[in-house]
Ligand binder design. Structure first.
Ligand code: 13P
Length: 251
């Protein structure tokens, strides 16, 4: 993967049967493989049950495969969990950690997210570390402070520009149809870029994704914002035309 290209990543969340997941993956793989000189990177993060069949469907297409979460340990007595080593073994090269749905629904702390990102690095995966403020925090004028705090706590010491992607996903914009404005995104991403300079060598090469109600219709504006290096897409990544429409704005 070319580090300087934008990354368009689809987080399927808890959606998809084998039949429709494989059909969607095949559709996207065909489109991507048909590009003579792709100008963006594309990643699919299906639910764990679909990692193997989706991995097969996108093999040799140039699309990358990722998990949606991993355990901080490499193996052991952790019923129901999946390790980064296992994800790597099945062909994943990325894993999302610290998604707000994990932080909210499973009580994940910054410390735990950093441990998960560290496990991803040990397994040779790129960690997509998610951060973002709630509406209450934004309305209270704390958006930048919250993002800084989460970033500081969630990035392990092993982070480099090659093994870490940061995703800014304001909680109020996720699945609401209310994407952040280009101005909001610009302010936060500029802040994050400055923030990571003290934590990650070669900070200018770290990809900063925006996520939260990204659609083909708003991706043009959002993907043009300085310091936005791609999109982390939920709902719209489940529709091939819509996801592809977003990707077109990442080229
Ligand atoms: P939506 O694109 O559905 O708002 O979800 C964003 C997200 O949470 C991606 O991780």
């Amino acid at each position: 993967m070319d580090m300087m290209r934008k990354l368009v990543a689809g987080n399927w969340k808890m959606n998809g049967t084998r039949a429709d997941g494989v059909a969607l993956a095949r559709d996207l793989a065909g489109r991507y493989a048909g590009l003579t000189d792709p100008s963006f990177d594309m990643l699919i993060c299906p639910p764990a049950t679909l990692l193997a069949p989706v991995g097969e469907a996108i093999a040799k297409s140039g699309l990358a495969l990722g998990g949606q979460d991993c355990h901080p340990e490499d193996s052991g007595a952790f019923t129901g969990d999946i390790s980064a080593t296992m994800l790597g073994d099945i062909g994943a090269r990325f894993v999302i950690v610290g998604h707000s749905e994990r932080r909210q629904n499973h009580g994940e702390s910054d410390h735990e997210v950093a441990a998960k990102a560290g496990a991803a690095h040990r397994a040779g995966l790129t960690a997509i570390v998610c951060i973002g403020e709630t509406l209450e925090q934004r309305d209270g004028g704390e958006a930048l402070a919250v993002c800084s705090r989460q970033l500081a706590g969630s990035i392990p010491s092993t982070a480099t520009a090659a093994n870490t992607v940061i995703a800014y996903e304001p909680v109020w914009a996720i699945g609401t149809g209310r994407a952040a404005t280009a101005d909001d995104v610009s302010q936060v991403h500029d802040h994050l870029r400055a923030d990571i300079a003290s934590r990650i060598a070669d900070a200018s090469a770290v990809r900063l994704l925006y996520g939260g109600s990204v659609k083909a219709a708003n991706a043009g504006e959002l993907m043009q914002v300085a310091n936005v290096d791609g999109a982390l897409v939920g709902g719209a990544s489940l529709k091939a035309d819509e996801f592809w429409g977003i990707a077109k704005h990442c080229g």
